[in-house]
Design a protein around this ligand. Structure first.
Ligand SMILES: Cc1cc2nc3c(=O)[nH]c(=O)nc-3n(C[C@H](O)[C@H](O)[C@H](O)COP(=O)(O)OP(=O)(O)OC[C@H]3O[C@@H](n4cnc5c(N)ncnc54)[C@H](O)[C@@H]3O)c2cc1C
Length: 289
C-alpha cells in the first residue's frame, strides 16, 4: 500500500517515531509546539495514536522518504518533560493529564485503569519491565488462525528493536542490585510482614482469613495489561475483528496495530509484544511480509 495514497488508520499505536522525525505529529494540548508548520493536503498513511505500537509503525513507514505519514496523538508532546525520562517517576503520572484515567464499570468495586495519553502512550507510564512472553504464547496465536504470528515468525521483530543498549542496561542493573544486596544496610534489615491494618479492613481481626480476604479485595489492581479487545484471527473466526494482516474485517484501508489485537494475552507484561506488533505491522503494510 505504500505510496498509493490509500489512507491507513492504525488505532492506538513511541517515541521512536518522533525521533525519526519524518512524519507529522499533531496533538490537542500543545498546538503552539507542533514540530511542523506546514501540512500536506493528503497523506499516504494516517496513524492514530503514538503509543508503543503506533510510534513504531509510523517510524518504520516513514523510513521511505517518498511516503508521507500523519500521526494523530490525543495527548501532549513528551519532549521537555524531564520526569518522563526517570523510570522511578512513572507512577507519579497516574491521575494526571498524561493519563486517560479509565475505570472499570462498577460491580462490587471499581478498578482504576491507567493508560498513557502522551506521545509514547502507556510506555511513558509503565515500569519498563521488558518481557517478550514465551514461545508457546505465539505458537498458540498461530494455532488459533493467526497465520504468520508464530514464535518463529515474530522473533525477528523482537530482535529488531532489542539492541546492545538494552542488554547493557539490564546487565548493569543486575550488577548494581548484587552490590546493594551485599551492603551492611540491607543485610542488617530484618524482613518482616507489614502489620499496619488496612484501614478498610479494620472490622476484621488482623491476620484472620476474613482480614486477608478483605485486604486482597481492597488492594485489587488491574496490573495494567489490558489487551485482546480487538482480536486477530482467521477470516472465518466470528470472534476476530482483524485478520492476520491486521485489516479490520469488512472495512477497506483500516488496520489496527496495538495490544488490542492479541488473540490471547502473552505470559508476560505486554509492552514488548506491543512494540513487536508495531514492527510487524509496518512490514506487513510495506508489503515485506
Ligand atoms: C501504569 C502502567 C504500567 C505498565 N507497566 C508495564 C511494564 O512494566 N512492562 C510492560 O511490558 N508493560 C507494562 N504496561 C503495559 C504496556 O505499557 C502496554 O501494554 C503498551 O504500552 C500498550 O501499547 P499500545 O500501543 O497498545 O497502546 P498505548 O501505548 O497505550 O498507546 C495508545 C496511544 O493512543 C493514543 N490515543 C488513544 N485514543 C486516541 C485518539 N482517539 N486519537 C489520538 N490518539 C489517541 C493515546 O493517547 C496513546 O498515546 C504498563 C501499563 C501501564 C498503564
Amino acid at each position: 500500500m505504500a505510496g498509493t495514497g490509500a489512507i491507513l488508520c492504525v488505532i492506538n499505536v513511541a517515541i521512536l517515531a518522533i525521533l525519526v522525525g519524518r512524519f507529522v505529529f499533531l496533538n490537542d494540548d500543545q498546538t503552539e509546539d507542533l514540530p511542523v508548520t506546514k501540512f500536506e493536503e493528503s497523506y499516504d498513511y494516517i496513524v492514530v495514536g503514538s503509543g508503543s505500537a503506533g510510534s513504531v509503525v509510523a517510524a518504520r513507514l516513514s523510513e521511505d522518504r517518498d511516503v508521507t505519514v500523519l500521526v494523530l496523538e490525543a495527548g501532549p508532546d513528551d519532549r521537555g518533560n524531564i520526569h518522563l525520562t526517570i523510570p522511578s517517576d512513572a507512577a507519579g503520572f497516574q491521575h494526571t493529564k498524561l493519563d486517560w484515567e479509565y475505570y472499570t464499570e462498577p460491580q462490587q468495586y471499581r478498578v482504576y485503569v491507567p493508560r498513557g495519553r502522551v506521545v509514547g502512550g502507556s510506555s511513558q507510564l509503565n515500569f519498563m519491565v521488558h518481557v517478550r512472553g514465551n514461545r508457546f504464547d505465539f505458537d498458540k496465536w498461530a494455532a488459533n488462525g493467526c497465520d504468520g504470528w508464530s514464535y518463529e515468525d515474530v522473533l525477528p521483530y523482537f530482535k529488531k528493536y532489542e539492541d546492545m543498549a538494552d542488554e547493557e542496561l539490564a546487565k548493569s542493573g543486575i550488577r548494581l542490585l548484587q552490590k546493594l544486596l551485599k551492603t551492611d544496610v540491607l543485610k542488617n534489615i530484618g524482613a518482616r510482614l507489614h502489620s499496619t491494618p488496612m484501614p478498610q479492613c479494620t472490622q476484621h481481626q488482623y491476620d484472620s482469613d476474613e482480614y486477608w480476604q478483605c485486604y486482597v479485595r481492597v488492594l485489587t489492581i488491574c496490573a495494567f495489561h489490558q489487551c485482546c479487545t480487538c482480536k486477530m484471527g482467521a477470516l472465518n473466526d466470528p470472534t476476530a475483528v482483524v485478520d492476520p494482516q491486521l485489516r479490520v474485517k469488512g472495512i477497506d484501508g483500516l488496520r489496527v496495530a496495538d495490544a488490542s489485537i492479541m488473540p490471547l494475552i502473552v505470559s508476560a507484561n505486554t509492552n514488548a509484544a506491543s512494540i513487536m506488533i508495531g514492527e510487524k505491522a509496518a512490514d506487513i503494510i510495506k508489503g515485506n511480509k
